[in-house]
Design a protein around this ligand. Sequence first.
Ligand SMILES: NC(=O)c1ccc[n+]([C@@H]2O[C@H](COP(=O)([O-])OP(=O)(O)OC[C@H]3O[C@@H](n4cnc5c(N)ncnc54)[C@H](O)[C@@H]3O)[C@@H](O)[C@H]2O)c1
Length: 382
Amino acid sequence: MRITFPETDNTKKENGMDTVNYGIVGCGMMGMEHIENIGLLPHGQVSAVLDPVPELAQEASRRAGGARVAQSMPDLLDGDDVDALVIVSPNHLHVDQLFEISTLRHLPILCEKPLFTNPEQGERIKVFRDRYQAPIWVAMEYRYMPPIAAFLDEVEAATGGIEMLTIREHRFPFLPKIGNWNRFNRNTGGTLVEKCCHHFDIMCLAMQSEPVRVMASGGQAVNHTGESYAGEVPDIWDNAFVIVDFANGKRAMLDLCMFAEGSHYQEEITAVGRDGKIECLVPGPGRFWPDALGPAPVPKLLFSPRSPKNPSERDIPVDETLLEAGDHNGSTFYQHERFNAVVRGQGQVEVTLTDGARAVEIALAAQQSAIEGRTIELPVAG
Ligand SMILES: NC(=O)c1ccc[n+]([C@@H]2O[C@H](COP(=O)([O-])OP(=O)(O)OC[C@H]3O[C@@H](n4cnc5c(N)ncnc54)[C@H](O)[C@@H]3O)[C@@H](O)[C@H]2O)c1
């Protein structure tokens, strides 16, 4: 049975909170991006940080303007200086940390993707949901990238209803991480879970239908094969094709390559329907674009109606301050704006536990399909 949840009570409850005080769990690369973006919110500030690496906790505290450095999860939650939490630790820790928090205090949580890394953790998430009494938002930043948000707004009108959706991600290899956790499938859940749960979430959102079947081929061709950690060679994949069939008869495909950082654009999303085609071009992090090549590419939408034939394009530039605050085309800020409103009782959870679980389920099925060389039927939601 597919994992679904009775969702958070989304009725608006004004709670009078003017400034949300955040506790950050995990102060690595993405934790710092959250801190930078919370710093841009008119109603938010980071008040406490937690990381087992003291230097990173201290650096996070400094960036947050002197946030308290907590020594443990109970220490983080002991006191009234934290109103909401952001979980930004390595993937395999998310479920245990959600459980630990549930034994301490029920605060709103923004939990980084992927929600879980294996089917057993998926079962535990069901127990957690039954127990937890505050809003949970799974961080699927890609939904909030301005070019992807514009694509989702325009796709129905441009296509007359999507028949085929393709997401191509051609990017740089996985970056080095503290403890090299991202080199091994046991920690990440596998590349399609770690990296591509975003894309499976976008597929479900665009298709407005449930995924029913997954076929995939994938593996490790080029990256990390010459690395060794305590004698162990990384097993993380760097390329895959995944086809997802939806209950409404429409189909989507992912094309992932992680040794293609020479590309102009990192993501190229294409939807085609009876009336025409729309494409969304999303550049990778600007800090990886060589100065010698001039300005980094600007995100774009391309419109290709069938009749009359009249292709056109529109730039979707991202605010410079937001580009400076992270690697994700401003999406971290826009997601935080909405989560912040939820905590203040003025908004609704938009990326639910069900959404987060469904994206991981597709990814796990794709990895199983590629390993076993067969089609995987997804369980019916219910
Ligand atoms: N949504 C996105 O676009 C996006 C982008 C990057 C990363 N992420 C997610 O963010 C999470 C962190 O990724 P990252 O790239 O920052 O990795 P990272 O290795 O740079 O940072 C992880 C941090 O967590 C800390 N940590 C380890 N154990 C901890 C514990 N028990 N409690 C608290 N902190 C702990 C580490 O010391 C490290 O500083 C991952 O789940 C990743 O998938 C999401």
